[in-house]
Each structure stands twice: as C-alpha cells, then as structure tokens.
Design a protein around this ligand. Structure first.
Ligand SMILES: Nc1nc2c(c(=O)[nH]1)N[C@H]1C(S)=C(S)[C@@H](COP(=O)(O)O)O[C@H]1N2
Ligand SMILES: [Mo]
Length: 197
C-alpha cells in the first residue's frame, strides 16, 4: 500500500523526471563555499579568450530583451524541481553583442566567488538557455545566484553558474570546479552523465 506521505507524481510529470531523480517542492540551495554579495553598481560581466574582449555593465546587460522562462531544474545530488519560473535574458541575445573566434568550441563560465564550470559552446548557445535575474517574480535571491545567474535547463544544474561574471571562450575543453573533482564534463541528466570514470 502507498504510504500516506508518498508523493505520487501528477499525470504527465513522470516523463519529465530523469532517471535516478526525485521531485522536490522546495528549492534547495546548493553552493560550494559562501555566497558572494555583489551590488549592481559594481557588477561587471567579462568576455575573453577566443573572442573580442568586452566588459558589460549591469545596464548594458539589462538593455537586452527580457523574457519569462519556465524550466525544470535537475541537481546531480538527485533532486529535481519542475516548472521553475524565471525572468531573464536569452544567451542567444547576449551572443549578438559579442564576436567569437570561429575556432572556439568550448566555454568556461566564471563567477564571483571563484566557481567555474565548463560547457561546450553548442550547449551554451541553445535558444532555451538564459541569464536569470528574477525567480518566481521576485529579484533573484542572493543564495540562488543574484543578481544574475545562468540557467541551462538541458544539463545538470551544476552547469548553471550562480553569480556569473564572465565567459572565457576556448578551443579545447578545460575542467571547471566540479569537473576537476570528478563530475562529468557534459552532465546530461537523461543519460545520467553524473561522474567521469
Ligand atoms: N557560483 C556557483 N554556481 C553554482 C554552484 C556553486 O556552488 N557556485 N552550485 C551549482 C549546483 S551543484 C547546483 S545544483 C545549482 C544550485 O542552484 P540553487 O542553489 O539555486 O538551487 O547551482 C550551481 N551553480
Ligand atoms: Mo548540484
């Protein structure tokens, strides 16, 4: 018999939960180290590596079109949260402002606080990826990456850098923080790309 507290997924939700994941209604905070506090006045976003170097201030970034996004969120520690509501800026819109060398095939995401995570360029520039500055209609809380974080819905959430402050374009893949510590290089939840062997 099913226990009283067993949360049976609603019809249609089951097929949205990748293998080995369970649903959570809350939104856990997963941060390695302390959350950095950055004011909008001091905030900067840098482009470097195999791209024309550029520094964007908060107002430059916010001048890009704003959109609402609903996305599922999958942490490699086995929780998933469906239908997270964000407001943000499409990665593809940011890409219009920057000039990338045709040799670039990988990207390192850099953050305030020193966290890094690598991503193939093709996985970064998907139409559904965005830089979020609101969560459920409120300014993005600091602990969830405010003032601005990346969200890459099709990969495990360690690829969604909180407090992101730069993109370094690379020819070859390099390892970010968790990838150096054994996490998978790509991290596709439907293929359970959790750890590297
Ligand atoms: N800068 C930074 N970004 C980060 C992390 C981090 O520790 N530092 N943790 C990652 C991991 S493992 C996950 S699951 C998600 C968690 O996002 P949340 O804390 O908003 O749930 O952020 C990712 N982005
Ligand atoms: Mo995570």
């Amino acid at each position: 018999m099913l226990g009283k507290f067993f949360q049976k997924p609603a019809p249609g939700e089951n097929d949205r939960v990748p293998p080995g994941q369970h649903l959570t209604k809350g939104f856990p905070i997963m941060t390695y180290g302390a959350a950095p506090q950055i004011s909008i006045e001091e905030w900067e976003f840098r482009i470097w590596g195999l791209a024309t170097p550029k520094v964007l201030r908060w107002d430059d970034f916010m001048a890009l079109p704003h959109h609402e996004f609903t996305a599922d969120f999958h942490c490699v520690t086995r929780w998933s949260k469906l239908d997270v509501k964000w407001t943000g800026i499409k990665v593809t819109d940011l890409m219009q402002l920057i000039e990338v060398d045709p040799q670039a095939a990988h990207v390192m995401q850099h953050c305030y606080g020193g966290y890094t995570t690598n991503i193939p360029l093709a996985d970064l520039i998907k139409e559904e990826n965005f830089f979020a500055f609101q969560l459920f209609g409120e300014p993005l809380p600091v602990e969830h990456g405010g003032p601005l974080r990346l969200v890459v819905p099709h990969l495990y959430a360690w690829k969604s850098a909180k407090w992101i402050n730069g993109l370094e374009f690379l020819q070859r893949e390099e390892s970010g923080f968790w990838e150096r510590n054994g996490y998978h290089h790509r991290g596709e939840p439907w293929a359970e790309e959790r750890y590297s062997l």
